[in-house]
Design a protein around this ligand. Sequence first.
Ligand SMILES: [Zn+2]
Length: 663
Amino acid sequence: MATCGEAGEGCKKAGMPTWVPPRPLGEGGLTEMMDRMYPLKVFNSLTRTKTRFVPKDSNRVLWYMCGPTVYAPSHMGHARTYLHFDILRRVMTDFFGYDVSLCMNITDIDDKIITRANEGGQNYRELAAHFEEDYMQDMALLGVRAPTVVTRVSEFIPEVVEYIQGIIDNGYAYESNGSVYFNVQSFEGKKGHAYAKLLPEGVGNGELMAEGEGALSLGAGDKRSSGDFALWKRSREGEPSWPSPWGDGRPGWHIECSVMASATFEGMGDGTMDIHSGGVDLKFPHHDNEMAQAEAKYDCCQWVNYFLHTGHLHIKGFKMSKSLKNFITIKQALQENSPRQIRLLFLLHKYNTPMDYGDDAMSGALAAERTFSEFFHNVKAALRRTTARDPARTKEPELALMSSLSDAKKEVKKCLCDDVDTPGAMGALQELVKNVNKYIEAKERAGEPIVADCVRGAAEYVTKIFKVFGLASPGPALGFSQVGDAGVGGDASGEGGEASREAILGPVLDVLSEFRDKVRGCGRAGDTKGVLAACDHVREELLPGVGVRLEDKGDQAVWKLEDPAVLARERQQREQEQLRRLEAKAETKRKAAEKEARKKIPASEYFRGLKGEDGKALYTQFDDNGVPTHDAAGEPIVKDKKVKKEWEAQNKLYNNALAKAKK
Ligand SMILES: [Zn+2]
């Protein structure tokens, strides 16, 4: 801290005190500046290290992801890739604020699709369209955001042909017997090119190569070398085909991604990209071939800056495979668990480490769901109980809670910067939840109200991160998305669902729980009258406050919804009416008492006691019988008929009462 009077580099104008500019950078200098500008580090498969993520064009991120080959229902292996990359994309967009454009392809021309369609006597396009819709539906159920751009290979055939021609022209591919193959040997080492950047150890692995080439490939004898791979495949009878300079055929598998990513990103930049992602199984040959093709076409050396891969998925400890019959479709998984529970499971596992989908792993996700649900319920209940009459001043426990929130924020940020470590971030949130729960419990034990703002701040932060993770919908409500919906933060669905439910039900539930407390108390004390009083109280006081008019109809009550203001006015009128009746009753009673008192006064005394409104005597002089002769002012009373008559009436009243009393 600079001491006062220290001039430093501060600017000083005549007559003005010295102002020292803040210095954001410490000893770290450039590294610290880079950390601030580019805080995120990702595990780049191209370096096999965590590297700083620096987008090419300021805040813009161009991202290509290999999509599904649509010939069968999607399974948990797909979820592993697309749900985890959905989480990554949400974190990059909603936490780090990047403007992400995600392009994903749909492989709708493929040997597997052709084989399946032929088996069922179906049109291959129809089969592909059916499973594409099925896939999109599954992703929507899981709350996976739709890509920015979807590309189908069937819509890019002319671009594919042109691209392949470009590779041939550059000398990296050759035609053979109606098919075109990539020439690995002519590419490797030329102009700085490298083949199999991701998995050099995969080169020469016949099994992986064969899988990449597809089951319907023609004789390997057409290739100059076994390591070469197909860019264009001559089609046989009954296989879909398109015209090309090399004869009728169809694209090889890998070429489509190079073409569609390049075409999409040429429209947004120079055809290269920041991120390419996919499942770990695609590293070789698919991803390596994609890069080789694009770098051969452009004669460039780095088509992709960051290659991200999700980890393997095991089912109850075993690798998912057809031979083990342990394939679990997404729809089957959704019968067992909600989308929210599945997403929690994924959040509790890092995107690029092996993950097991089984009972043990699921029980961890279910426990986390319970912890957070309880937390939100407790916080909301505690917030409802506090009023402006409760202390708001923060003392030691509140300061500790605020510091715990600040620690959680730092830790979550640290974890997300560290290759999007969501399990670490979830751990930090759980620690915060534990501290808030402890604070609320301690306050409850001491019978003291909570300081609402501290608790609300913590719950809002957890909700904010849940929105980033896709666990909560947009909107002001605290906690998970609406109960009973898909259970995840669908971007359009469930907007304000929980908020409106709570806004509507909350006040009525407050009435219900207050009523229940009273009835329960009376029940325990055997106080029947108290129960009935509580019934009146809920009808007359509590329900009108929430806009409900409860009317007794015989033994049954009916409720009607009414504007609370109307009910309040009616209640005020009722109270005024009641007050008037009470006053009238009191007046009658007072008059009766006055009359009763008057009976006991002899006529000779009666007029002497009469007083006017000003408290002065009404008459000043009387005759022997007590009949007034002079008024208040001392003037003689001339017309005395009325006074005489009144005297006689009093005399009669007194004598009658006397006679009655003597009997
Ligand atoms: Zn691909």
